[in-house]
Design a protein around this ligand. Structure first.
Ligand code: ADP
Ligand code: MG
Length: 314
């Protein structure tokens, strides 16, 4: 059987309800998510904490059982072709779950065994080299630093040469050096082997730099999905905060597309698109409106603002 689609992943109406444990209420983590991820892309899954990113990834990986919906991985229905769909995907999980008694080389051999990779097809040394752990091949996992353990998790995700590599918050709390190394390796896999990369991250700049396409999910549903440049064009919002001398006039006319909010401390927050309005035009408007300016500062839009903006749009 071969896939008849150019999507690496196809998700339809995906729902997940976690049973409440110890008297906790049930939690509907995914509320009918639809998402296609094209083959060969570096795809970002963004969203605030609790949005359902890890749940989505863990369902794709076969680590969490879905409540309803369809998941196709490389054209294979996860329920009808569990073996093929599992073979097509490798996941570097968010949690550090390593057996401390294995060496990196040992851990990769065990993982390869789990995935049924025949001995002759195993490339343990090459994978360890790729993640920069060649010299630690025989060191015990418990002697590895946090960064090395993360690299080992990446290596484990690669043992069966999956067409799709999923990275869940791979750079959260990771130092710059390791972060750059991770991204170099991930890019190489994408460019040289055509591996489809799916990643989640908190860092908008990271997503901006790495991803061709981005889906934003919030509260278990898709909020936006677009090519990165299109999404960023929507997200170039910036806020200029004007602290007036005394009280600001009740009526302040601003250029089109600028939103004015009065904050509790008496300041005016002007939200605008950098692409459309200049800071100078805003300051001019303040002068014309008779606002005496005591202080000015700007606030960049962060992911949180992006969510607020996007969820309030429709
Ligand atoms: P994200 O990765 O986007 O931060 P998650 O997928 O981890 O979000 O979580 C989505 C929601 O599901 C959250 O409200 C979270 O508390 C809840 N959740 C995640 N895992 C479990 C679980 N094992 N049992 C109960 N609730 C869970
Ligand atoms: Mg998560």
């Amino acid at each position: 059987m071969s896939p008849t689609t150019s999507n690496a992943i196809e998700i339809e109406g995906l729902r997940k309800v976690y049973a409440g444990e110890g008297g906790a209420p049930e939690k509907e983590a995914l509320k009918g998510l639809d998402l296609d991820i094209p083959q060969g892309s570096i795809f970002g899954l963004l969203g605030p904490n609790g949005a359902g990113k890890s749940t989505t990834i863990n369902i794709m990986a076969g680590l969490v059982r879905k409540t309803a919906g369809k998941v196709r991985i490389w054209g294979f229905d996860q329920d009808r072709n569990p073996r093929q769909s599992r073979a097509a995907i490798g996941v570097m999980p968010q949690e550090l779950n390593l057996d401390p008694f294995f060496t990196p080389a040992g851990a990769l051999e065990v993982q390869a065994g789990l995935y049924g990779v025949p001995k002759r097809d195993r490339t343990t040394a090459e994978i360890l080299d790729l993640v920069g752990l060649a010299d630690k091949a025989d060191a015990y996992a418990r002697t590895l630093s946090g960064g090395m353990r993360r690299r080992l998790l990446l290596a484990k995700a690669l043992v069966h040469h999956p067409r799709i590599l999923v990275l869940d918050e791979p750079t959260a709390g990771v130092d710059i050096e390791l972060r750059q190394m991770l991204w170099r390796n991930v890019r190489r896999l994408n460019e040289e082997r055509g591996t489809t990369i799916i990643l989640t991250t908190h860092y908008l700049e990271e997503a901006q730099e790495m991803c061709d396409e981005i889906a934003i999910i919030g509260d278990g549903a898709l909020i936006a999905r677009d090519r990165t440049e299109n999404l960023l064009a929507r997200l170039d919002g910036k806020t200029m905060v004007i602290v007036p001398e005394g009280e600001a006039p009740a009526d302040v006319t601003v250029p089109e597309g600028v939103e004015v909010a009065r904050r509790a401390d008496g300041s005016l927050a002007l939200t605008y698109s950098r692409a459309k309005v200049s800071a100078e035009a805003l300051l001019d408007a303040m002068h014309r409106a008779g606002v005496a300016i005591r202080d000015v500062r700007t606030e960049e839009a962060d992911l949180e603002d992006v969510f607020v903006a996007l969820t309030h749009k429709d």
